[in-house]
Design a protein around this ligand. Structure first.
Ligand code: TPP
Ligand code: MG
Length: 919
């Protein structure tokens, strides 16, 4: 079979879904020529042989099929024996009525993945015994939901081979025992030293350490360079100290209430179960860099973050789709994501199916994650049957054809088999795979909780488990004693130990933490360079057929305005900012729903060939040595996608990462990511992010849900001072720019600076095409920069500052309404000052501005949003306390939704605001 045919079959589900525009040729971040699977000829042969063998032995094949499909339902995967596996009709011996004999050895080995050492079952009874041994013991496999026949057959056969192999080497078995004992020892040590500590121990789930050790070892063998891990609370500290070289002294300090970072750094730190690290591990002479990313309490929120960081890491390493040249490997050769989950949260949190939906997408794929579910069969006090409706906690994974291995967490050999299969599958197919480690929790949700209040029978079984006699291994005991001694040493030095700051290393070296003062950055550029970028931003290859309307209203219009150097609109300013940063070697990623065209058909960063649906990104053809723009039309999710992009942004400061909401208010689907990462990430973890959130905002009669990006919520989450001067070191920036040039400077400033801060932009809707909302190249020329406050300069009414009696302060698109009204009323006694940046609050610039109007008597804040929303509550105390003036309010009244949906009422409100501002 031809290679391309096999690739298509392997990715059948994806290909079936491609019905409209597609990447026919290479676009940045997705190379259509890249191989998605490993040795296709070998896999093809497996299928061919199997089909022949099947024809020769149809009854045996039916029996094998039945076990591959249903065997997992009989498996003994629960170490407590709580899951009751009754017999299942599909595997009843009596339904396979034909007695058969498999005579031919070759046929038998093609039908079923026997290891070379294994003798061939012949009769029906032999086969049933063999299949029971393979599929119904302490490990089982779910693979029958996989659409691709080749993939399904490969994994079933490989599983069977591993199960029929003699056993895992004694070397590996020793490693496993050592890891599990270390894990247990660490918990015992913490229990002895800190008896009242909630440590979310690994006890009952020690098997996870065997998984990690073997997965890292195998990754190193496969020449993977980086592994990015996300993980919730359970056993996390064990992993940090026992395997990832986290200084136990720092952890002990933390438990005693001290800083985990150097004291002088601005940081709040985070709780014990959120500590993180990155370290180099050596396996068989090969070095593997492992990063355990910081996690918030919100379970599973760190999963898309880890996947995003993995993809960014792949960009840094020019892995797979990011390689400069074709055919240099496969995506995911160099970086792997391991996602760890709890059983209850894996089943319950919506971010999980969202993240799975990202896994096969061109601009979000990482070449497959390996998932480990630490399935202790309980979530807090909720048993499985109340915690989900599906049979397994892993069932969401099946939506993307992901195989699932269930394994008994107390069976080391089977854990090793599961880990090996997961690594091999991911390596071969570059797709996600799940290992469901069925274990238990020795204690309650934490060690101070009494689980027998709610689970008396379960905990009887747990107690029985711990009453079993343990085998003694003297050699291992010695190693464990050594480990215990190390912990003792670390404990003794904890008080005086100086923790290290991990935040400005590797890709981040050369960057700094922002200071408490404000800095100004020249973000302007030479006009000719901007002209070049502007023209190139709409240039397409000769044969490329641009849609006629786009050619007229977008391409030609931009060409003309660039030539003139004036009348530049919002999307042109964005293209100029993007292009200039690309030419400086930075990469840009813009992600979100429909970002290629833009919600309002304004961007057209990616053009679609009218002849064949192919996609072209003009800004990626600027120069041979440029950085690249990755345009990522996302799934219709906010939480997982923003999490992914946040993760992308924290990996390397040389990437400008932008997430755009379709309309501003949809960001709240991603509120958890904003609350736990974007707003407080740097304070908690020292991890900087320069993510830009573009949130289309504006009261234009669109009704409650398309009007507001809830700026007030972002402002309330900032650490801007109500009675002091803000510096660059605020937790995030909130801006509401009103000109294309201001947007241009903001985007450039975001990446030119030597520190990173999230940037929340109340982005335009109607301003995208507003005739007044334009800039010229001179506004972006060398030595220009973003202005936090805009003076009253663009007006038809000539303003003489001496004559001004009233100052109107506003922010955002409302400025244009006010300006128009002032012109209409010919009010030269009113000046309008725009607050373009709300946080950090530009108090100095405002004071300077106000000074110009010596005779002003009235100061009014005028906003189009409702009084309990947008900036009013934020600016009022700052004007009073820091700027030193008392503001009156002119705007909509309070309301319990962002906007009315009755056109007439909307209009009456608009009129009323203007009366308040001008009468
Ligand atoms: C989104 C979210 N909701 C609620 C909680 C509170 N909580 C902490 S742990 C936990 C139980 C989690 O169960 P599971 O995922 O099975 O992990 P386990 O603790 O059993 O390892 C809950 C409900 C949380 N941390 N995050
Ligand atoms: Mg659980």
């Amino acid at each position: 079979m031809h290679l391309r045919i096999i690739q298509r079959r392997l990715a059948s589900i994806q290909n079936n879904l491609i019905r409209t525009y597609k990447y026919q040729s290479k676009v940045f971040g997705f190379n259509t020529q890249l191989k998605t699977v490993g040795n296709t000829e070998e896999i093809e042969k497996i299928l061919r042989d199997y089909n022949q063998a099947r024809q020769a032995n149809p009854h045996a094949a039916l029996l094998i099929d039945a076990y591959r499909k249903h065997g997992h339902r009989l498996a003994k995967i629960d170490p407590l024996g709580i899951i009751l596996n009754t017999s299942i009709p599909e595997l009843d011996k009596n339904i396979f009525t034909v007695d058969f004999h498999v005579e031919n050895e070759y046929d038998a080995r093609s039908l079923f993945g026997l290891s070379t050492e294994q003798s061939i079952p012949k009769t029906k009874d032999d086969w049933i015994r063999q299949l029971n041994e393979t599929y119904c013991q302490s490990i089982s496999l779910e693979c029958e939901h996989i659409e691709s026949d080749i993939e399904r057959l490969w994994i079933a056969r490989r599983f069977e081979q591993l199960r029929t192999s003699p056993t895992i080497s004694s070397d590996i078995q020793q490693r496993i025992s050592e890891q599990m004992r270390k894990c247990e020892t660490f918990d015992q040590f913490l229990q002895a030293k800190f008896p009242t500590l909630k440590r979310y121990s690994g006890e009952g789930a020690e098997g996870m350490m065997a998984f990690f050790d073997l997965a890292f070892k195998q990754s190193a063998q496969l020449n993977i360079e980086n592994v990015i891990v996300c993980m919730p609370h359970r056993g996390r500290n064990n992993l940090l100290v026992c395997l990832l070289n986290y200084p136990a002294a720092t952890m002990f300090r933390k438990i005693k209430g001290k800083h985990e970072f150097p004291k002088e750094l601005k940081s709040t730190g985070d709780v014990l179960s959120h500590l993180y690290t990155s370290t180099d591990l050596t396996y068989d002479g090969k070095t593997l860099h492992v990063s355990l990313i910081p996690n918030p309490s919100h379970l599973e929120a760190n999963n898309p973050v880890a996947v995003g960081k993995t993809r960014a890491c792949q960009l840094s390493l020019k892995d797979g789709h990011y390689a400069d040249t074709d055919n240099v490997g496969r995506h995911g050769d160099k970086a792997l994501c391991i996602q760890v989950h709890g059983d209850a949260s894996f089943a319950g949190q919506g971010i999980i199916p969202e993240t799975f939906q990202l896994s096969h997408l061109p601009n979000y794929s990482v070449g497959g994650s390996i998932h480990l579910v630490t399935n202790n069969q309980i979530g807090y006090t909720t048993p499985q049957h109340l915690g989900r409706s599906s049979r397994y906690c892993t069932d969401f994974a099946k939506v993307v054809n992901c195989p699932v291995i269930h394994v008994n967490g107390q069976c080391p050999v089977e854990i090793a088999q599961a880990t090996q299969l997961a690594c091999e599958y991911r390596d071969l197919f570059r797709k996600d795979i799940v290992v469901d480690l069925v274990c238990f929790r020795k204690h309650g949700h934490n060690e101070l909780d009494d689980p027998t209040f709610t689970q008396p029978l379960m905990y009887k079984k747990v107690q029985e488990y711990y009453q079993q006699e343990q085998q003694i291994d003297e050699e291992l005991n010695k190693k464990i004693q050594k480990f215990r001694n190390t912990l003792e040493e670390q404990f003794s030095i904890a008080e005086k130990y100086q923790p290290k700051a991990p935040h400005l290393e590797r890709q981040w070296s050369g960057m700094a933490q922002a200071k408490s003062t404000r800095t100004k950055w020249n973000t302007g550029l030479d006009g000719n360079l901007l002209k070049y970028i502007g023209v190139k931003s709409v240039d397409v290859p000769e044969q490329f057929q641009v849609h006629a309307t786009i050619a007229r209203s977008h391409v030609q219009k931009r060409q003309q305005r660039i030539e003139a150097g004036t009348g530049l609109d919002w999307s042109t300013a964005e293209a100029l900012a993007f292009g200039s940063l690309l030419l400086q070697g930075f990469n840009i990623r813009i992600s979100g729903q429909d970002v290629g065209r833009g919600t309002f058909s304004q961007r057209h960063g990616m053009l679609v060939n009218q002849k064949d649906d192919d996609v072209y990104i003009p800004l990626n053809a600027l120069d041979a040595k440029q950085g690249f723009l990755e345009i990522c039309n996302s799934i219709l999710s906010e939480e997982a996608v923003l999490g992914f992009d946040y993760g992308f942004s924290v990996h390397d400061p040389k990437n400008l990462v932008i997430w755009e909401a379709q309309f501003g208010d949809f960001f709240n689907g991603a509120q958890i990511i904003i609350d736990t990462y974007v707003s407080g990430g740097e304070l908690k973890f020292l991890t900087q992010s320069g993510i830009v959130m573009l949130l289309p905002h504006g009261m234009d009669g669109a009704g409650p849900e398309h009007s507001s990006c809830h700026m007030e919520r972002f402002l309330q989450m900032t650490d801007s001072k109500e009675d002091g001067i803000d510096g660059d070191d605020i937790n995030m920036q909130v801006v509401n720019p009103t000109t294309p040039a201001q947007y241009f400077h903001l985007l450039r400033r975001q990446i030119i600076r030597n520190f990173r801060k999230p940037l929340i932009v109340a982005a335009p809707k109607i301003l995208l095409r507003h005739p007044e909302c334009v800039s010229s190249l001179t506004d972006m020329a060398d030595d220009t920069h973003f202005l936090p406050v805009l003076s009253d300069t663009i007006t038809n009414t000539k303003i003489n500052p001496e004559k001004v009696k009233r100052l109107l302060f506003t922010s955002g698109k409302h400025y244009y309404t006010l300006n128009e009204e002032r012109d209409k009323r010919k009010r030269d006694d009113i000046a309008i000052i725009r607050l373009e940046e709300l946080c950090p609050f530009p108090a100095d610039e405002l004071r300077q501005e106000i000074k110009k109007y010596k005779n002003a008597k009235e100061y009014i804040w005028c906003q189009e949003e409702h009084r309990n929303q947008a900036a009013w509550f934020f600016v009022k105390p700052r004007f009073e306390n820091v700027v030193g003036i008392h503001l009156k309010y002119a705007g909509r009244d309070v309301l319990g939704t962002p906007a009315v949906a009755i056109g007439e009422v909307h209009q009456q409100e608009c009129t009323q605001i203007l009366k308040l501002a001008f009468d």
